[in-house]
Design a protein around this ligand. Structure first.
Ligand SMILES: C[C@](O)(C(=O)O)[C@H](CC(=O)O)C(=O)O
Ligand SMILES: [Mg+2]
Length: 304
């Protein structure tokens, strides 16, 4: 039953693939998956990785991104997403959910969940969305301890630990670069340069820091939206589009619901919907049918 129910690519191979991507010279693009089905779509369209966004896990629960979600909630969602895709999954682990010991536990749980890597940020608890004002960072030495605990807890050396610095919006670009260097020295495999303003700042980071760099191309935030090709030319190694699929889906859902309420029928919006046959194709109904026709005895006929 190759590829049914779960991906048949082992977690270890996904981690190796992510590491290889980060040193390939070609940028690793990771759109956020707001559910496992979206992860299958991300893979089919041809991206190199899947991202699990803290903002999206929160929004999915109708909560703001202010540190309310728990390690268990994030781990469960990450496991559900990672298991259905052959792509590496990178997870937003916020601050590591507490003190350094909690950050260590976070790594062990995410490793067990089959994800390829995660990022930990240097904000104080409770954290804020990185594109909001009023966030605060811990002293660099505290973040170095947080990272040290995380790196020490890793059992698969290929599990990618990315350090995010939120310092740009608080202490300025130079301080953010100094922090990034300290975090790389503490064992971070990659640096997430949060909320930089423009291309010049991405270039400055690239010049100053030796380890792989991750860009956050989130919409309606503090950063200019720079195309993947341009980020690659600057020398960035990975880019996330954390909330893009959720924003697209929610926009469409709101429009459709308003039309349904006003018109009393969906008849005028069928061409803006994923067709039943396309959903079945994504879910691989045919594959399940072939696997066990005696157990799965439904047919694909009868749809509109
Ligand atoms: C990347 C991020 O941490 C996330 O949770 O997806 C958010 C994204 C966003 O709120 O747009 C962040 O940048 O803080
Ligand atoms: Mg986040």
């Amino acid at each position: 039953m190759t590829g049914l129910i779960t991906s048949d690519v082992p977690a270890a191979d996904k981690r190796t693939a992510l590491r290889a991507g980060l040193t390939s010279g070609s940028i690793v693009r990771l759109p956020g998956a707001f559910n496992p089905l979206t992860a299958t779509l991300i893979e089919e369209v041809g991206f190199e990785g899947v991202y699990v966004s803290g903002a999206v896990v929160s929004a999915d629960l109708a909560l703001p991104d202010i540190g309310l979600t728990t390690l268990s909630e994030v781990t469960d969602r990450s496991r559900q997403i990672a298991r259905v895709t052959s792509l590496p999954t990178l997870v937003d682990a916020d601050t590591g959910f507490g003190e350094p010991m909690n950050a260590a536990r976070t790594i062990t749980h995410l490793e067990e969940a089959g994800v390829a890597g995660c990022h930990l940020e240097d904000q104080v608890n409770p954290k804020r969305c990185g594109h909001l004002d009023g966030k605060a960072v811990v002293p660099a030495a505290d973040m170095v301890r947080r990272l040290g605990a995380a790196v020490g807890a890793r059992r698969d050396e290929n599990f990618v630990i990315c350090a995010r610095t939120d310092a740009r919006g608080i202490e300025g670009l130079d301080a953010a670069i100094d922090r990034a260097k300290a975090y790389a020295d503490a064992g971070a495999d990659m640096i997430f340069t949060e909320a930089l303003a423009d291309e010049a700042e991405f270039e400055a980071f690239r010049k100053a820091v030796d380890v792989p760099l991750l860009a956050n191309m989130t919409e309606f935030g503090k950063s200019e939206l720079i195309p993947a090709r341009r980020l690659q030319d600057i020398g960035y190694n990975a880019v996330i589009y954390p909330v893009t699929t959720l924003r697209l889906a929610m926009f469409a859902a709101e429009e459709g619901l308003r039309e349904l309420a006003a018109e009393g029928t969906q008849a005028g919006m069928l061409d803006r919907m994923q067709h039943r046959s396309r959903l079945y194709e994504l879910l691989d109904y045919e594959g399940y049918n072939a696997f066990d026709t005696s157990l799965f005895n439904f047919t694909l006929e009868g749809g509109a």
